[in-house]
Design a protein around this ligand. Structure first.
Ligand code: ADP
Ligand code: MG
Length: 322
């Protein structure tokens, strides 16, 4: 079978089966925005009685950008590319309720590429790294036959109490989002206007509130993100079309399926939704919208208008290999 028949999501499912069950130290393995790992053994904890550290988990995530798939050098500057490569990883750490710490940067480049361009790329990476106190501690540099590849592995930490995954939402929860959707689909995914937001402070408010039940970032679009939460939590969802915050000039379909907004999508019990929305808005000045609800129906996302009419759009979002 060809990859194009299986698609990106099908392939990951297949690989996860081949890899098998994770060990006890893996709190969250394949299937969330980052891996969540226990690093402090109970033994060392006992030995260290005098200092009681805040219990934390290690977060690890990796994301890759490939020329002519994720960006075109005609429309993306090297600075923006570096910035974006780190931003999309930060987004995954944020969506677990954590904060980033260390990064490894891998570059695959054609030998004719000018050194200046790679320096520009690193200027973009460094800008964001400094802002969030991320240290670049290594990576890999390799030759690529043609297209440029930038891959970043980002480590982070999350306080145990703050960890948010995709898998703990419940029927009766509301679905909330930060910001607007569909912008990158309007401006073009390679455009400056589509540089990802890094919602670290918003995610931190969500996590510290301790009333959220799940969180994800909207890399693959709003509907896909809600669907991922549904699959992991074994529930369904209804998205209220009239409540979806649509970016300027975007169509409804672009807002639903466009992707690459890197906004936060999260859930909390319905009775707490307005309180959480107000809290985030007050603390971060970022707009939050309540866009739907979690229902008992099987792992699917229904799009409904104000009259309860179900909407079936034409497009279904981006998937690699398809
Ligand atoms: P995100 O969009 O949040 O970066 P992905 O859709 O890329 O997440 O990946 C979904 C999950 O599958 C993640 O847990 C990721 O670590 C895992 N994954 C992706 N590709 C592979 C692979 N080749 N082998 C093992 N796990 C993978
Ligand atoms: Mg993600």
């Amino acid at each position: 079978m060809k990859l194009s028949q299986l698609g990106e999501f099908g392939l990951i499912e297949l690989l996860a089966k081949k890899i098998g069950k994770p060990s006890k130290k893996v709190m969250v393995g394949i299937g969330d925005d980052t891996a969540v790992l226990k690093v402090q053994s109970s033994k060392s904890k006992a030995q260290n009685k005098s200092k009681i550290p805040i219990p934390k988990y290690l977060l690890v995530t990796t994301d890759t950008l490939i020329e002519n798939i994720h960006f075109k050098l005609k429309t993306t500057s090297f600075y923006d590319l570096g910035y974006k490569a780190l931003a999309i990883n930060i987004s995954d750490i944020a969506s677990m309720g954590g904060y980033p710490t260390y990064a490894l940067v891998t570059i695959g480049a054609n030998k004719d590429l000018s050194v200046k361009k790679i320096e520009e790329l690193y200027r973009g990476i460094n800008k964001l790294a400094r802002k969030h106190k991320i240290e670049i501690v290594g990576g890999d540099t390799v030759q690529s036959p043609k297209e440029l590849v930038v891959s970043i592995t980002l480590l982070g930490e999350v306080e145990k109490e703050c960890l948010l995954t995709r898998s703990k939402t419940r029927v009766g929860d509301a679905v909330l989002v930060t910001g607007n959707f569909g912008g990158p689909a309007v401006h073009g995914y390679s455009s400056r206007y589509s540089l990802p937001v890094t919602r670290l402070s918003e995610a931190s408010v969500v996590a510290k509130s301790r009333i959220a039940t799940s969180m994800i970032d909207s890399s693959d679009g709003l509907v896909r993100s809600v669907l991922e939460i549904c699959k992991a939590s074994k529930v369904g969802a209804r998205i209220w079309l009239d409540s979806v915050p649509i970016a300027k000039k975007a169509t409804l379909d672009q807002a639903l399926y466009g992707g690459e907004e890197y906004e936060l999508v999260f859930t909390t019990p319905r009775s707490k939704a307005v309180g959480l929305k107000d809290l985030i808005q007050r603390k971060t000045k970022t707009k939050v919208s309540i866009v739907g609800e979690i229902v008992a129906r099987k792992r699917e996302v229904k799009l409904v208008d104000l009259h309860g009419k179900v909407y079936s759009p034409k497009s279904g979002g981006y998937e690699h290999f398809r």
